[in-house]
Design a protein around this ligand. Structure first.
Ligand code: ATP
Length: 368
């Protein structure tokens, strides 16, 4: 079998590069298998190496069954690895006895797709629960819960029961409860997957502000690229139990390497050819054909007039056939599909011109 290809990116790569003092969470050569009811075994994670910097937001994306839940459950010791280490805040979680794990879990908060609130307790009661278990004085519990209610914008719902709340409000309660013990890490297990896009955006904004203002390190797993794009500083792509690509979020979005990453990105960034174009694309030139290029722009491209430069340089019209402009972590990037009334030689000249200026350009074929 071929060795797995891990696309480790230049610049702020996360594996190995975050020094031991910077990394709050580290996976070292982690392998996890499950034994099935029939006595077989399923490899959920293989050879996972990952470092999550203190104060950062790492998004792990993968399809169903890729191993995301297993990865997150290893961080708070709900699962034990077969081999390898999971170091959280300098402690090897995988070696701890249950009694010591309970202590460590107080520094690790977690939120869930289906919120996991106690239906018999009010909003206040749900948020107070971990503090009651921790044996805090009543007055301190009161103060902390009040503060958390303000933080998540639910002061007017303190006496409501979960059944009386919307999905977004329930997740706000979940977030407040997870933060009650003042954790260093917040684990988010598909935390917005049950919410509509608008509510998702508001929950992600809340998570971003918790990271920024409280310095809480966030590990978020999801199957949705839009979630990752909204808040992740760094991304790891998980495929069949292995991390196939990881690195800085902007680099990964604008220069994806692995086919799995590309598939996740296709609908996100205008990378995919519009259907009407894809159907008509031909590999060979023909009379009246346009040579089609896909151009990836990074940075403040909107202002630099690159396409008019290209028109002047090649002395031909540049047709915009498709594409999208977007941003990751407030840095703009975009993909444009352009058509040039030219043969492959001129298309290659255009490619050269664009790549000299730091833009990725790929020749795709010809359309009428
Ligand atoms: N308790 C278990 N017993 C046996 N196999 C398991 C168990 N939990 C997970 N698996 C298997 O391990 C693999 C990884 O599962 P995991 O739940 O971590 O993936 P996931 O990416 O979170 O998937 P999803 O998005 O569907 O939740 C899958 O093949 C799954 O069937």
């Amino acid at each position: 079998m071929n060795a797995p290809v891990i696309f480790q990116r230049e610049g702020r790569a996360i594996e190995g590069e975050a020094s031991a003092s910077e990394a709050l969470i580290r996976f070292e050569n982690v392998r996890k298998t499950y034994t099935t009811h029939h006595g077989g075994s399923v490899a959920a994670l293989e050879d996972v190496n990952l470092a999550i910097k203190q104060g950062s937001i790492l998004g792990v994306i993968g399809r169903s069954g890729a191993g995301k839940s297993t990865l997150i459950r290893l961080v708070n010791g709900l699962e034990k690895p077969d081999s390898g280490q999971i170091i959280v805040d300098s402690i090897d979680i995988s070696r701890l006895a249950e009694k010591d794990l309970r202590k460590v879990r107080r520094s690790i908060g977690m939120i869930f797709q289906h919120f996991n609130l106690l239906s018999s307790r009010t909003v206040f009661g749900n948020i107070a629960l971990p503090l009651e278990i921790g044996g805090l004085r009543k007055s301190e519990i009161q103060d902390r819960v009040e503060h958390l209610l303000t933080l998540v914008g639910l002061t007017d719902k303190r006496n409501h029961y979960p059944a009386e709340l919307s999905g977004g409000q329930k997740q706000r309660v979940g977030i407040a409860r997870a933060l009650a013990t003042r954790p260093k890490v917040l684990l988010c297990d598909e935390a917005t997957s049950a919410l509509d896009p608008e509510t998702t955006a508001s929950i992600l904004q809340l998570l971003a502000s918790i990271n920024r203002d409280l310095g809480v390190t966030i590990l978020l797993i999801t199957h949705e690229m839009a979630v990752i794009r909204a808040i992740a500083h760094e991304i790891a792509v998980l495929d069949a139990g292995r991390i196939v690509e990881q690195g800085d979020a902007y680099d990964l979005f604008t220069r994806p390497q692995h086919p799995t990453t590309l598939r996740f990105l296709q609908s996100e960034t205008g990378h995919q050819l519009p259907a009407y174009l894809a159907e008509r694309l031909r590999p060979q030139a023909f009379a009246g054909a346009l040579a089609v290029l896909r151009v990836g722009f990074r940075g403040a491209f909107a202002h630099d007039g690159i396409l008019s430069h290209l028109t002047r340089k090649l002395n031909c019209d540049v047709n915009i056939l498709g594409g999208a402009i977007d941003a990751v972590a407030d840095r703009p990037f975009g993909t444009l599909i352009i058509g040039l009334p030219a043969g492959e030689a001129l298309a290659n000249q255009a490619r050269h011109f664009l790549s000299e200026r730091g833009h990725d350009a790929e020749f795709l074929g010809y359309v009428a």
